[in-house]
Design a protein around this ligand. Sequence first.
Ligand SMILES: [Cu+2]
Length: 335
Amino acid sequence: MKLSRLLLVLCALALSAVGLAGCSSDTNTNTANANANANAAAASPTPAAQALSVVERPQKIKDMSAQRGEQDAAAPALTIVEPKEGAAVQGSTVKLSLKLAGDLKGYQPHKDPATGMGNHIHVILDNQPYEAYYELGRPFELRNVSEGAHTIRVFASRPWHESYKNAGNFQMVSFTVKGGGDASKPTTTGGGQKMADNANAAKPAASPSASPAASPTPGPEGKDMQPSTGGAVDRSKPLLTYSRPKGEYKGGDADAIMIDFWLSNAKLQGDGGDYRVRYTVDGGEAKYLDKWEPIWLTGWAAGKHTVKLELVDKSGNLVDNGGYNSTSRDITVTK
Ligand SMILES: [Cu+2]
C-alpha cells in the first residue's frame, strides 16, 4: 500500500517535470536546452547538444584572401555555351561548356595538385548539391542524367567555396534530356567520379591524391548525377540557390562552417529589400540572414547535421519558386 502510493507520487512528479520542460522549450529554446544539458550532464555522460554561434570570417580565410592579390575583388562573368537554353539533349550525358570573362583580376579556376584546392565553378543540376568544375579548358560532363526537364546553375567560387556575388557571375539554363540515364545508377561526370551528394558524403568522390595518378590524357571533368528533375522555376522571380555547407568537414575545417548562397531577383532586408533567408540546423530554432554575404558558424558537434535554407518574405512565409527556395542538405562533421 505504502509502496504504491510512493510510486504514484513519483509518477506525478515526473509528469510535472516533463510538462514544465515542454512549456519552457516553447518560450525559450536556448534556456530550456541549456537546462536540459545541465541536467543531462549531471545525470549521465551524454554529450552536450551543440550551441552554434556566428563568428567572424576565419583568420585562415583572411590569410588566403590576402595571398590572392586582387582576386577577391574580381567580377567574373560566366556564359553557358552548352547546353543551350531549351536544348533537347540526346542520351544521359550532358556536356557542360562555360566561358569565363569579366573583370577577373587574375581569377582563374584551377585545382592546385598539391593542396587539392583552387578557384572553381559551382555546377548545380536541378536542386542537387553542387559539383566543382576546376579546369574550364576541359569539358565537364554530367553523367547518367535522367530523362526529362532539367536546369543547370553555375557561378564562380573561391578556393574556400565562397561565391562571387556580382550580377554576371550566375547563369542558369533549362534543357530536356531524351533517353536519359538509368535511374538506379547515380549520375556521373566525365572523369567517372560520382557527383558528391548527401548519400556519398562519407566517401569523398575524388581525393586530391588520386588525381595525379590519372591517365596522361585527362578526360573531361564530370560527375555521376543522382536522379532528379528540374523544378518549374520562373527565372524572373526570386530564387535562392543553396551553395554551402556541403559534404564532410574534418578537423580544423569544422571549427567554423560557412553558409553561403546565391540570390537572384531578391534583395534582403538588410540590403534595402523585402526578403530574408531563414536557416535552421538540425530542425532547431530558425535564424535569419538579412544581408547577402556568407556567415560562419562555430560550435558543431561531431556527427551528421541537416542545414536548411529558405527564402521567406517579410512575414516569414516561404517564397516558392519551383521548389528550389527551400533546400536541406546533410553534412558530416568529423572532429
Ligand atoms: Cu566550392
